[in-house]
Write a protein that binds this ligand. Structure first.
Ligand code: GLN
Length: 614
C-alpha cells in the first residue's frame, strides 16, 4: 500500500495537536442551549478553490452557524435587491463595537455594517421582501448551494434564542422606528433567529469559503451560490467587520476575510485559493472562538495566506515571443519568397501567452506589443491561457482596436477555450469588422501564413514567378538551355478545380508535381475533416519523396482554389538515366537539395519546440 500521506494533512494534524490543550475562553451561555456544547470539541477543515477537502478532529461535529450566516445572507440580499438598494439600508463601515451593540447611524438610523446584529437583522428583512414570499426558505436554499447538500435548523437552539433574544427584538423595533425595516420587525427578527440556528460543520464552512474563493461557484457541484460581482462585496465586509471589534487585529495578523459565530465556528477565505472552517466553542472577550483564532493565525503564517502578501504573477504570462524572421508558417515557399521573409519577417510578431490573465499579467504583454517596431502583423496565441478576467479581455480588445486602426493586422488564435474573451471583445468593440478579423484564424499557423502572404504581396508586387518558366523551379536549377528543353518536353500541365485531389494517401507514387498556379494543401486524413499540416506555393515541388523511395503516398494533397501543376512522371525520369545521364544526375541532385531545405525547416521547428520546453 503506497503511503498517501500529504504534508498538508500532516500539518493540519500538527496544528490540531498543538492546540488540543488550549483552553482559553468561555462557551457562550446567553443563548441557554449553546451552553450545552462540549467545550473540548475541536475541528479544522481546509477546502481548496477546486474542492479538495482536508479535515482533522471534530470536523463533522454539527453546531449552529450563528453570525457566520451574516455575510452569506448579505450576499443573497445583494443578489436579490442590488447594491444600491442595500446601501439605503445598511452601511459598510466597521463599527468597532461588539456584535450585539445597538450602533445605528446618527441621522439615518441605518446600521453601520451587515456583520453586527443590527445590520444583519436589517439585511434579513430585505430577503424576499418584494414580492412577499417565504424568505427563510430562500435563505436555506442559498446555504445549500454553498454546502452542496440540504440544510436544516437546530430547532432547540432556535427555540432557545427565540425565548431569550429580547435585545435583538429591541434592535428590530429600533430599525422599524427608523424605517430601515418596513414591515413587521418581529418577522425579520424571527427569520434572523432561524438563520442563526442553521446547523453546519467545519466541512460545510470550509466549502462555503471555497465557494467564495472560487468566484461564487461551489467547486464540487458547479452550482453558483452568489453572483460573481457580489463575491468581493461579501469578502470586503468580512475583511473589515467580520471579527467584530477584533477585525483590525485579525486582518493585520491573519490577513483573510473571515466571520465568526458565537457557537464557536469561524470561516476564513483566501480568494482564488481556499476556504477554512474551524470549530471550537470557547470564545474570547470579543466573542470569537479563541482556538479558531490561533489555528487561522498559524495556517496563515505557515502557508503565507495573508491576502496582502504580494502575488508572484506579473511576468509569468509571456511564454514565447518571436518574429516571422525566426518562425515560419507551414507553407513551403519558393527560395525567393523565403529570402524575402528572412529579410522582412521581423515585421510579423508572434506571442504565446500563458496562465491566468488579469491586469498585472496582461499589462506586460500589452507593453511588449505596443513597443514592437515596424509591426505589420501581430499574433497573440492563447493556447496556454488558463483563464482571463473581464479587465484583461477589455484591455486586449482595446489593444486590438487601436492596432487595427493603425493598420496593423492583429489576430487572437487558439481562443476556443476562452468564451469570455470573445464575448467581452464582442460587447466592448463597436467595429464588427475588427472583431471578425481578430478571431478569423483558429490556429497560429494559419494566421502566420496569412501575415506572410500579405507581406510578400506588398514586397513582391509582381509576384515571385512567371508560372510558365520552369527554370524558376529548384528542380531545374543549373540546367543548360538544351537540357531545359528536354525536361520541358517531358512535362504535362494539369489543371485542378478547388478541392480536387492532386495526390491521394496510399496511392502508388508515379509522378512529382511542380505548382505553377495557386496553392495546394497537405492534409492528414480527409480534406476538411482532417488536419492541414502544410501547403505549397507557386514555384515549389510536391510529391518528390515517394518519387525517390518508391513508397506509397503518405498524405492527401488538395487544390486550394484554381491550381495548375506541371507533372513529371517517374517513368520519364528513369528513362533519362539512359538517354541523358547528366540531366538525370542534375535533377536528382536538385531533388536532394529541395528535400534538404525542407528537412532544415523541420529541424528549425523542432529546435523552437525543444527550446520552448527547456
Ligand atoms: N444569534 C446570535 C445573536 O444574535 C448571533 C451572534 C453571533 O454569532 N455573534 O446573538
Amino acid at each position: 500500500m503506497p503511503d498517501r500521506r500529504s504534508p498538508i494533512q500532516d500539518f493540519l494534524e500538527l496544528i490540531h495537536a498543538r492546540y488540543a490543550d488550549f483552553r482559553e475562553g468561555e462557551v457562550a451561555t446567553y443563548i441557554p442551549e449553546l451552553a450545552n456544547a462540549n467545550p473540548e470539541s475541536f475541528g479544522i477543515c481546509v477546502a481548496t478553490a477546486d474542492g479538495f477537502v482536508y479535515e482533522v478532529g471534530d470536523s463533522r461535529q454539527e453546531f449552529t452557524i450563528q453570525s457566520i450566516s451574516k455575510p452569506f445572507v448579505y450576499g443573497l440580499a445583494l443578489d436579490e435587491r442590488g447594491p444600491e438598494h442595500m446601501f439605503t439600508k445598511v452601511g459598510v463601515e466597521p463599527s468597532g463595537d461588539a456584535f450585539n451593540a445597538i450602533s445605528l447611524h446618527k441621522t439615518s438610523g441605518c446600521p453601520l455594517n451587515p456583520m453586527i446584529n443590527a445590520g444583519a437583522i436589517a439585511t434579513t428583512g430585505q430577503i424576499g421582501a418584494s414580492p412577499p414570499e417565504p424568505c427563510f426558505e430562500r435563505i436555506l436554499e442559498m446555504f445549500s448551494r454553498y454546502t452542496g447538500h440540504a440544510m436544516h435548523v437546530d430547532e432547540a437552539v432556535y427555540e432557545s434564542e427565540s425565548l431569550t433574544g429580547h435585545r435583538n427584538r429591541a434592535i428590530g423595533h429600533l430599525l422599524r422606528n427608523f424605517d430601515v425595516l418596513e414591515g413587521d420587525p418581529t418577522a425579520a427578527v424571527d427569520t434572523y433567529f432561524r438563520q442563526c440556528a442553521i446547523s453546519v460543520n467545519c466541512v460545510d464552512l470550509a466549502l462555503m469559503g471555497a465557494t467564495l474563493a472560487n468566484q461564487g461557484i461551489n467547486p464540487l457541484t458547479g452550482t453558483r451560490a452568489i453572483k460573481d460581482t457580489h463575491v468581493r462585496s461579501v469578502l470586503s465586509v468580512m475583511a473589515s467587520c467580520g471579527m467584530y471589534d477584533f477585525s483590525g487585529g485579525w486582518i493585520y495578523n491573519v490577513g483573510m476575510p473571515a466571520k465568526s459565530g458565537v457557537a464557536g465556528g469561524v470561516v476564513a477565505v483566501l480568494a482564488g485559493q481556499l476556504g477554512i472552517g474551524v470549530y471550537s466553542p470557547r470564545l474570547d472577550a470579543q466573542g470569537n472562538s479563541a482556538r479558531a483564532l490561533q489555528v487561522c493565525r498559524e495556517l496563515s503564517q505557515a502557508w503565507q495566506l495573508h491576502q496582502f502578501n504580494p502575488p508572484f504573477c506579473a511576468h509569468t504570462s509571456r511564454r514565447m515571443r518571436c518574429t516571422g524572421e525566426e518562425r515560419h508558417s507551414s507553407r513551403i515557399r519558393h527560395p525567393t519568397e523565403r529570402a524575402c521573409l528572412g529579410e522582412h519577417g521581423g515585421q510579423i510578431h508572434l506571442f504565446e501567452i500563458q496562465g491566468n490573465l488579469a491586469f498585472a499579467t496582461v499589462e506586460p504583454i500589452i507593453r511588449d506589443v505596443v513597443r514592437c517596431t515596424g509591426r505589420r502583423g501581430v499574433i497573440l496565441d492563447f493556447h496556454h491561457v488558463t483563464g482571463i478576467n473581464h479587465v484583461a479581455s477589455q484591455l486586449l480588445a482595446d489593444l486590438a482596436d487601436a492596432l487595427s486602426h493603425q493598420g496593423t493586422a492583429i489576430f487572437f488564435t487558439s481562443t476556443q477555450q476562452l468564451p469570455l474573451l470573445r464575448q467581452e471583445v464582442g460587447s466592448h468593440l463597436a467595429d464588427a469588422s475588427v472583431i471578425d478579423r481578430l478571431f478569423r484564424f483558429r490556429s497560429t499557423d494559419a494566421a502566420l501564413e496569412w501575415c506572410e502572404d500579405e507581406l510578400l504581396r506588398e514586397l513582391m508586387p509582381a509576384g515571385p514567378l512567371t508560372v510558365n518558366d520552369l527554370r524558376l523551379f529548384e528542380i531545374a536549377s543549373g540546367l543548360a538551355d538544351e537540357e531545359l528543353g528536354v525536361f520541358s518536353g517531358l512535362i504535362t500541365r494539369r489543371p485542378y478545380a478547388p478541392g480536387d485531389y492532386v495526390i491521394r494517401r496510399g496511392d502508388e507514387a508515379t509522378s512529382l508535381f511542380l505548382v505553377t498556379k495557386g496553392i495546394v494543401g497537405v492534409w492528414l486524413g480527409d480534406h476538411e475533416s482532417g488536419k492541414r499540416v502544410a501547403s505549397f506555393s507557386v514555384g515549389t515541388m510536391v510529391g518528390e519523396m515517394a518519387f525517390l523511395d518508391g513508397a506509397r503516398r503518405s498524405a492527401n494533397v488538395v487544390a486550394e482554389g484554381d491550381v495548375e501543376c506541371a507533372v513529371f512522371e517517374l517513368e520519364d525520369f528513369n528513362r533519362l538515366l539512359e538517354s541523358h545521364p547528366q540531366l538525370h544526375t542534375t535533377i536528382l541532385r536538385n531533388i536532394g537539395v529541395s528535400l534538404a531545405t525542407k528537412l532544415r525547416k523541420v529541424n528549425e521547428d523542432v529546435r523552437i519546440l525543444i527550446a520552448e520546453r527547456q
